[in-house]
Design a protein around this ligand. Sequence first.
Ligand code: C2E
Ligand code: CA
Ligand code: CA
Length: 535
Amino acid sequence: MYDFSSFIETLNKKPDSFKEALDLVKDDFHIGKIEIKSNDSFERLEYVFDNNYIKNVVMSYVHEGYEYSLYKNSDNHKYDEKELKDIFVLIRMFGLYHNNYILQRRESDREFFSHEVNLPNAKGYLKKVATLIEVFKASNYNSYYINLKGFGFINRLYNYQIGDSAIKYYANKLKEFIDESCEVAGHLGGDNFVAFVKKDRHDEFVKLVTNIRVDLNVNDNKVSINLVGIVGYEGIENDDYNYRSSIPNSAIAFQYAKATKKPIVKLTPDLLGMFMSIKNIEHTFKDELKSGNFVVYYQPKFDIETGKIVGVEALSRWINNGKIVPPSMFIPVLEKNGDIVDLDLYVLENLCKDIHNFRNLGNKIVPASCNLSRKDFECEDLEDRIINIIRKYDVKTEDIVIEVTETTTLEENERLARFINTMWKNGILTSIDDFGIGYSSLSALRDFKVNEIKIDRSFINRDTISESDEIIIGSIIDMAKKLNVDVICEGVETKKQADFLTKLGCFRAQGYYYSKPLPKLEFEDLLTRNRNKFK
Ligand code: C2E
Ligand code: CA
Ligand code: CA
């Protein structure tokens, strides 16, 4: 038998050195061409050693979806039986090595590619960004981070397959836009995308990603929805830009956009500074709290039909270097190390101090509410601390509502049940915030003695409210009424939404349509004006 050892050695050393390995045997076997064809795609590859090869295939071998064919060179050599046996061995070995190589390449591809949506993943994206700024100037680019607004809602309302198909559609539109010769878009998983796009295409790009209409196939019906990207971006100014900053920097701008409910935010040095402070809040929190850098804002609750203020919610703000940091940016950091409970009780304490004044000015602003984090329940004496604060300021227990959110684990649920029960026994009211988006919403109504539910804003805060939303909200409201639980809806931004709620039997609302959260003095002004209107 022919000695294939140097052929094998070559491929073992370098798995892609097919040409080199074949060069070693091409003369002995009179090879004109080796052809590789894939059965399930148009992939085709050939190694030609003699342009005048003879068109009839000498031998083929099919392995794992690939067909490997050997063609003779132009001379008129006749193979004997022994030579044909050796060719048989050769073409098989070639096929096995080639297939092995393909599998390995796919594996390493996966390292750089998000196959679900056909875009590079974070690693592949960064690799391309690094090349782009080497070839072209970094200062020609904007770096974007995009997340789809309210996407969780699509998953909840329909199902994950439909959610996935929406993501794929969105990804495809991004891909179509990108000029691959000098730009790149990537998929970070879920509904998170990144893109590195030429500055002169900014307007065009933003126009695209902030509104992509997609037709979804829901139970054989076509449902059209708008996929709205929330955009954070960095306009790169320096040519010696570190490609590794591209994702975190645009992500900072995005997080700020999300926290402040803006459709698009550009990274500024101020914003970068704010982020550094947020990272540092772990260490500075106690001092910041003592120095009065955390303040309480008040957002009124309204009677939809009369326009009267009927309650208020206390929300925290952190003033950092004269700038207001929204809670969704610093709360997660405080939750990590358990400091959040001190902030929440500080807010409650301020509310208790202010409530007497509010009562003197306004209509009926009680019960007034403040928020607890799920993390707070890790504090075993939480209940006592709450009760003591309310007593200390001589506030009636039934004038305070504690807003809690649904839990995710059984353990958390038991702790929450204990908490709500203790509040109930002490006459302090409770409310379930963001109601309707958790897994246990309806059973929560049955299992807990809560006084109020707050329907999550995602139910109404969309351009079109479907018939099924209407049925869901309507039945939540009906059920709550039957169980003697008050209902309020948050995030009301338009008159249309308010009308819709009254139609379904919900008569209390909170939202930008009525008033944003206000600093204490402005809220007091509003209370006075609102009272005078109803004199
Ligand atoms: P939340 O308790 O659901 O509070 C309502 C949030 O929605 C507030 O955001 C409010 O400004 C905003 N909002 C009010 N009306 C509208 C509207 O019409 N449209 C839209 N899109 N948004 C509206 P904020 O103050 O940024 O607070 C965000 C979240 O941070 C709160 O959500 C709450 O979960 C948390 N939070 C705020 N303050 C505290 C606090 O003192 N302690 C704890 N644990 N959490 C807090
Ligand atoms: Ca709340
Ligand atoms: Ca809420």
